[in-house]
Ligand binder design. Structure first.
Ligand SMILES: Nc1nc2c(c(=O)[nH]1)N[C@H]1C(S)=C(S)[C@@H](COP(=O)(O)O)O[C@H]1N2
Ligand SMILES: [Mo]
Length: 213
């Protein structure tokens, strides 16, 4: 194997196939963007709700994130360049209540996905406006999408509209429909029946320990 092929293999999680195209995966239709009514809101377990208009959002500091993306339907796309507002710039402007440990991500049209706060607030998480130097197209989540590179791509909500901070971890849209609560591609965390098996295993182990006492 050449060094390059080795490097590509090292960056491809188990069960994934590389693509250079960028497939569109949407449940339902691409929503229409209206810059005069659009807002981005942070609410729930916060000291005070924060919200930005489109114009205000565009004035936030930006960064570029270079990353690989992995879809649960088994394609991975390497070397993406997303430009947008780093999550830490949002969090600097939001005062969380200490109980906040999880986030429900809200997106158009009625899409949700759940994340632990620690997975959201990370160095490579960006509220992306551009991909490879171009404005995000409407089908890929334009004008604004979340990008959480370390998790399967359904956690990267397109048409992002808000963060709801919570002390519990309720499932979002795909998680209700059988996808994994956490979604780490390196651990093959695709579907929730895997969690059920893991939970069954834990229950069996604790029962064994109880019997051994
Ligand atoms: N709002 C919204 N965000 C979404 C989805 C969706 O249906 N609606 N699909 C998710 C899924 S399953 C994937 S794999 C990625 C696909 O992003 P892409 O179409 O840009 O490849 O977006 C995620 N974000
Ligand atoms: Mo997906």
């Amino acid at each position: 194997m050449s060094e390059t092929a080795d490097e590509l293999a090292r960056r491809t999680p188990p069960g994934q196939v590389l693509t250079t195209k960028w497939p569109v995966l949407t449940y339902g239709l691409t929503p229409k963007f209206n810059p005069t009514t659009w807002t981005f809101r942070c609410f729930g377990l916060v000291e005070q709700e924060v919200s930005w208009t489109w114009e205000e959002f565009l004035a936030l500091p930006r960064t570029e994130v270079h990353c690989d993306i992995h879809c649960v339907t088994r394609w991975s796309r390497l070397d993406n360049r997303f430009e947008g507002v780093p999550i830490r710039e949002i969090m600097k402007r939001v005062r969380l209540k200490p109980e906040a440990k999880f986030v429900m991500i809200h997106a158009d049209p009625d899409y949700t996905t759940n994340l632990p706060l620690a997975d959201l607030v990370d160095d490579d998480v960006v509220l992306a406006l551009k991909h490879d130097g171009q404005d995000l197209t409407p089908d890929h989540g334009g004008p604004l999408r979340l990008v959480v590179p370390k998790l399967y791509f359904w956690k990267s909500a397109k048409w992002l509209r808000g963060f709801e901070f919570l002390d519990v971890n309720p499932p979002g849209f795909w998680e209700v429909n059988g996808y994994h609560m956490h979604a780490d591609p390196w651990k093959d965390e695709r579907y929730s029946d895997q969690e059920t098996r893991a939970m069954q295993q834990m229950r069996a182990e604790s029962a064994r320990k109880l019997r051994a006492k």
